[in-house]
Design a protein around this ligand. Structure first.
Ligand code: FPP
Length: 261
């Protein structure tokens, strides 16, 4: 989307409009990954049951998915449910699964309109059959879209992903002498995708929580105190602007500015 169109979306004089004007669209993060955290605290602050925080978090999901696509982010990955989250009370797990199904059903048209391709990363065979069906529909219907790739990490664990990838590599007959980082990456859920450039975590926790452990090797991390249900386009824009100020060295050194010829 052009800057003009983005400015039509952001109300004149708004914080969003002012932030959009500062973005360097030639240096956008290609892949943004988000650890959505703080739903429970958001609900507790309002004396509401925890699940109300998850329900409110859906509005943030909708806003961030659409804003990312509008900005021209190529890949967005949201951490919706970890392999550890099964330890939560069964009613909370059931609400989370229900919200996910509802989101997919209600948002499918929007994903199609915005040319977004939807994909799931994680152990899908352990998910309830009705959820799997909804995920299949979402994936199938958006398969031919060419805009942003939207990954939902569901029943996802970074270590589990690496172990599974190793198992698949062995089953595939990959010889130790042929094993390289690049080749190994082809056995991960994110095969063929660029690694995240920017990892956002809400609610102030300084942890990576078993998320994309292999892929975030060189990601820039941005943590905000904002709780996920309060996270909106302006926060994403703030994260992108901060990212654009970072000097990404990938373990090397900053190249001195070239003076003259
Ligand atoms: C962390 O908050 C959040 C989650 C475990 C779930 C996130 C899920 C959603 C926002 C809804 C479904 C997602 C999609 C993509 C449709 P927490 O409960 O750990 O919060 P706390 O740390 O404050 O207790």
């Amino acid at each position: 989307m052009s800057l003009e169109n983005l400015l039509t979306w952001a109300p004149a004089g708004s914080r969003e409009a002012s932030l959009v004007r500062q973005v360097n669209f030639d240096r956008l993060p290609v892949h943004v990954a988000v650890i959505m955290d703080g739903n429970g605290r958001w609900a507790a602050q309002r004396h509401l049951p925890r699940v109300e925080g998850h329900r409110a978090g859906i509005d943030s999901v909708r806003d961030i998915v659409e804003t990312s696509a509008r900005l021209g982010i190529e890949v967005l990955t949201l951490y919706a449910f970890s392999v550890e989250n099964w330890k939560r009370p069964p009613t909370e797990v059931a609400v989370l699964m229900g919200l996910l199904k509802r989101y997919l059903r209600l948002e499918l048209e929007n994903l199609l309109v915005n040319d977004i391709r939807f994909q799931v990363i994680g152990r899908q065979d352990e998910l309830p059959a009705d959820v799997r069906r909804e995920l299949d529909v979402g994936r199938e219907r958006t398969r031919d879209n060419h805009g942003m790739l939207f990954n939902i990490a569901l029943n996802y664990g970074g270590r589990a992903e690496i172990v599974e990838a190793a198992r698949r590599a062995i089953e595939d007959g990959l010889r130790p002498s042929d094993l390289t980082e690049q080749r190994f990456g082809e056995f991960l859920y994110t095969a063929g995708q660029p690694d995240p450039d920017l990892l956002i975590r809400t609610s102030g926790e300084m942890r990576v929580s078993n998320f994309l452990l292999w892929q975030i090797a060189y990601a820039e991390i941005w943590v905000t105190e904002t709780l996920w249900p309060d996270f909106r386009a302006r926060h994403l824009l703030e994260a992108i602007l901060d990212y654009q100020k970072r000097d990404r060295r990938y373990g090397g050194i900053t190249q001195p500015a070239v003076v003259g010829h």
